[in-house]
Ligand binder design. Structure first.
Ligand SMILES: [Zn+2]
Length: 130
C-alpha cells in the first residue's frame, strides 16, 4: 500500500481559519460550535451560518467519520482519492482519502483523520479507513 505521495499546496489562511490551521499543524482537528444555537459548522467562520451569532468557540473533533461520497482520480501522475467525509460531529469536509487501497473504498466506510505535510510545512487533514 505504499504509494508515492502527492505534493500538497499550503492552505490559504485568514483570521477566520488561522486557529484551525494552527491546530492541524499540531495534529489536531478542531471545529467551531455556536454557543447560542449549539450547531457545529465547517468550514470555520466567525459568524454562525445557522443563526448569525458571533458567539462561536473551538473544540477538538473526534477525528472520526464516514465516507459520504468519493472519487478516485486514476488518470494523474500519482492517483488520488477525493471525498466528502461526514464527521461524527455532523459536518462534512471535502478531503482526500489516504493510506488505503482505492478498490476497497466504499460509501459509509468508517474513516479517521490523519495529516499530511504541505510543501510549506503546514499540515492538511485527510482521512484513512479505520
Ligand atoms: Zn448559531
Amino acid at each position: 500500500m505504499s504509494r508515492e505521495e502527492r505534493v500538497y499546496a499550503d492552505p490559504s489562511m485568514n483570521m477566520e481559519n488561522e486557529e484551525y490551521w494552527k491546530a492541524t499543524k499540531q495534529g489536531k482537528l478542531i471545529l467551531k460550535k455556536c454557543d447560542d444555537c449549539g450547531e457545529t459548522h465547517f468550514f470555520p467562520r466567525i459568524i454562525c451560518p445557522h443563526c448569525q451569532s458571533s458567539n462561536t468557540s473551538w473544540y477538538e473533533a473526534s477525528g472520526k467519520g464516514r465516507i459520504y461520497s468519493y472519487s478516485v482520480v486514476r488518470r494523474a501522475p500519482i492517483p488520488y482519492a477525493i471525498a466528502y467525509v461526514t464527521l461524527d460531529e455532523g459536518v462534512s469536509m471535502l478531503t482526500n482519502l489516504v493510506d488505503c487501497d482505492f478498490d476497497d473504498l466504499a460509501v459509509d466506510k468508517e474513516v479517521e483523520v490523519t495529516f499530511r505535510d504541505t510543501e510549506g510545512g503546514e499540515k492538511l487533514p485527510m482521512f484513512r479507513p479505520v
